[in-house]
Design a binder for this molecule. Structure first.
Ligand SMILES: CC(C)(COP(=O)(O)OP(=O)(O)OC[C@H]1O[C@@H](n2cnc3c(N)ncnc32)[C@H](O)[C@@H]1OP(=O)(O)O)[C@@H](O)C(=O)NCCC(=O)NCCS
Length: 162
């Protein structure tokens, strides 16, 4: 099992996984993924096992160059491969990239999506608020979550007394 950057040829497989994982909420098509992979400030990675893409994730770099932030655009694991550490492989890498840039990470996650919420909490994400009617066509609400940057986390600490 290994992690790699996604390329145009992965778009069809990503769309297939997306259909399985987000069928009720306008899953991205192959064409959506092809466009996404071309965006200069987005980065997509995935996990492959025996030649099959079994996990995919994307992040976007946002904000000002001096004060960057990232958002998680999507993340999913093939249902047949879930609970085997693939989500963690992708999240480790995403958090590593954000930490390199000392940038906070933001995301939206459907209310009630406990597997994903548990995963994000395990990576230090905190609940920020609710976005009503965020997912379409279901109309489901989303939690907005944030993981502080390394700098933010450190700046929260009281300096030690000499
Ligand atoms: C969320 C998702 C990507 C996790 O992928 P995964 O490959 O199964 O993740 P991992 O096996 O690496 O597990 C990572 C952590 O997620 C949490 N988790 C995963 N599945 C869980 C479940 N069914 N119940 C509770 N926690 C769960 C745990 O904290 C787990 O860590 P642990 O195994 O050390 O306890 C996967 O469930 C998925 O594809 N869900 C559908 C798509 C989706 O909802 N994406 C998120 C959109 S915001």
């Amino acid at each position: 099992m290994y992690l790699r950057e996604l390329v145009r040829e992965d778009a069809a497989r990503c769309a297939e996984l997306e259909e399985q994982l987000f069928s009720g909420d306008t899953p991205w098509s192959k064409e959506n993924f092809e466009l996404e992979f071309q965006q200069p400030y987005n980065f997509y990675l995935g996990v492959e096992e025996d030649g099959l893409l079994v996990g995919y994730a994307g992040i976007g770099l946002r904000g000002h160059v001096d004060d960057p932030e990232f958002e998680i655009l999507t993340i999913g694991t093939d249902p047949k491969y879930q609970r085997r550490g693939i989500g963690r492989m992708m999240m480790d890498n995403i958090c590593y990239i954000a930490d390199l840039k000392k940038a906070p990470l933001f995301l939206e996650v459907r209310v009630g999506n406990e597997p994903a919420i548990e995963m994000y909490k395990a990576y230090g994400f905190k609940h920020l608020g609710i976005r009503r009617n965020y997912y379409q066509p279901s109309g489901a609400d989303a939690h907005t979550m944030k993981r502080d940057s390394v700098t933010d986390t450190n700046s929260d600490k009281t300096p030690e007394q000499p």
